[in-house]
Design a protein around this ligand. Sequence first.
Ligand code: PHE
Length: 457
Amino acid sequence: MGLQQKGMHGTWTSRWTFIMAATGSAVGLGNMWKFPYVAGSNGGGAFVLAYIACILLIGVPVMMAEVAIGRRGRQSPINSMRDIVAESDAHSAWRSIGWLGVVAGMLIISFYAVIAGWALDYIFAMASGELRGATGDLAAGVFGNLLADPTRLVFWQSLFLMLCVGVVVGGVKKGLGVAVEILMPLLFIMLLILLGFSFFRGNFQAGWDFLFTFDFAALTGRGVLEAMGQAFFTLSIGMGAIMAYGAYMPQNANIGKTILTVAFFDSMTAIISGLIIFSIVFATPGVEPSAGPGLMFISLPVAFGNMPGGLLIGSVFFVLVTIAAWSSAISLLEPAVAWLIEAKNMNRIQANSLIAGGTWVLGLGSVFSFNIWADSTVAGFTFFDFLDFLTSNVMLPLSGLLIALFVGYVMKDEFVDDEMQGTSPWVMQCWRAMLRYVAPVAIAAVFVMGIYDKFFA
Ligand code: PHE
């Protein structure tokens, strides 16, 4: 049955559609919401340098490996792994890579949709004028009111999931493909408009200095580890998303070049978002740059609220964040949807309803973590914190590590070479060395340190 299923979902129209889809997956809340504040609290420039090193040395090689598995298997991550494990005569335990990715993807989308909902709410919060001339206290109050209101959170979470289902039911060509071909150019145009605004109206020099002055003293070992975790999350590695998208990649596209292009766009977006956010935040006296998760939803609205034309631009900013989150979330639904279609004979509508419905219910746990369940914690975790920790700090490094080892040592060389055709021998050698030695050691270090840090430090 494997053969019959191969390629049943179709392929992207061209290599560029794949690039836009993978960039869409990569560019999300991780770039726009998380990167700026994590960089902010880890010494700015030095963190950016560590982050770029992690992207190039670990992120890109592992991402290439994930795409190679996907394209070889040409099915959902679960079935692609099943077939490649069988044809490589490997132990069936390696199949867990597919399951791990799909399950992690579903857990992530459950809380991702809730945060994307905040961005949706802020499109209107900015436009309504309630933040005009806002002080820090007023903005914190507006954000606090949103978090305290489960009905409002569920409303936005549901709307966001419906937007995602609307795309994914359309399938690879007409749904995902068309969506990314419209959304990604739009995203880049809006990004440039905002960059222009921050350049002329913000304190661009201060934003630039903050991100590009290398203050190594401010970078701790912990910061380097955060840089690595961020590199994985932002490239969408280890969640089955990139593997599923790789399954739809045209056979003649060069994986190395394509993935480098995606990683370039992804890092550029993170840095440009950082420049936009910090230039605007620094333009308003008294606003803290390293404000943590509240940077985007408290500091930034204060800054926008106090600039001429800021409310309109602020609203555009949150449209941009929503689009970025949307094009990421669809890539989290697709692996599980594709698997239900292959294995359970469902059609796209049934598969989407089931997966979106399931993640919606799970998402309620995250919604309640901010209000009625805020005090019910286990080991200091709310439900939301727990899911975030479990996926980002446990499942994702584990899955990345297994992918590196599987393609580095287990998958038959001839299959790997087949997928990597057109890659020069020395690039192949470097890549294999990264997968076999550099990535596993580095990822294992993050994993152990991350766990240690959380529970014993
Ligand atoms: N890369 C996305 C971001 O930066 C998140 C994501 C992770 C999307 C894994 C898909 C899969 O926001």
